[in-house]
Write a protein that binds this ligand. Structure first.
Ligand code: URA
Length: 193
């Protein structure tokens, strides 16, 4: 390798992940077992954004590996997508204590990581799971019941807000609406369901 003079290292998803693992920008870093940067292919057509790691994600260092994660896997399969085809990320990359909702300050401290992941993956569609993700990507005060199922944009990308799978586990009656939202995503991506 040349000595790098004149070379600017390109940002990559690995760079982001390494910075996430070293990050101490907010106090959530003090309680983590492992940071959870997110995972998936760099040119995924679909990106999923959740809230933040729970206990199992904190232990595994991977997003959506618990019960809500199993439901997310099933939701993606319902539109003929397997997890390795999708980039899966969260608003905050470290587990909030007792799985509480991240504070706006914590979400803000972590926001540059999500912004870089979105820019690098450049997905056609972002599936926005629940209120915390909707607020992070659409603005404070957004109510998921008001915005779910309605396309909106973030730059050139289409956003589809829907219910968080953890909420669907608590209230399975809402699965019908979530399925309608997923069908909208499939249609946008040209996937027959
Ligand atoms: N809930 C989330 O929002 N993200 C995860 O990674 C797991 C559960």
């Amino acid at each position: 390798m040349p000595d790098g003079v004149g070379q600017v290292p390109a940002d990559s998803l690995d760079d982001v992940a390494q910075e996430v693992r070293r990050c101490v920008a907010c106090t959530l870093s003090q309680g983590r077992t492992q940071a959870v940067p997110g995972e998936g292919p760099v040119h995924a057509r679909l990106m999923v954004v959740g809230e933040g790691p729970g206990q199992q994600e904190d232990e595994a260092g991977r997003p959506f590996v618990g019960r809500a994660g199993q439901l997310l896997t099933d939701m993606l399969r319902a539109i003929h997508l397997e997890r390795p085809e999708v980039f899966i990320a969260n608003v905050v990359k470290c587990r909030p204590p007792d799985n509480r909702t991240p504070t706006p300050a914590e979400a803000e401290a972590c926001a540059p990581f999500l912004a870089r992941q979105i820019a690098l993956v450049n997905p056609e569609v972002i599936l926005v799971l629940g209120r915390t993700a909707a607020e992070a990507l659409m603005g404070p005060g957004v109510r998921i019941t008001a915005v779910r199922g309605v396309w909106t944009t973030l730059g050139t990308r289409a956003l589809m807000p829907t219910y968080h799978p953890a909420y669907l586990l608590r209230d399975p009656r809402k699965k019908k609406e979530a399925w309608e939202d997923l069908q909208r995503v499939a249609e946008r991506l040209g996937i027959p369901v």
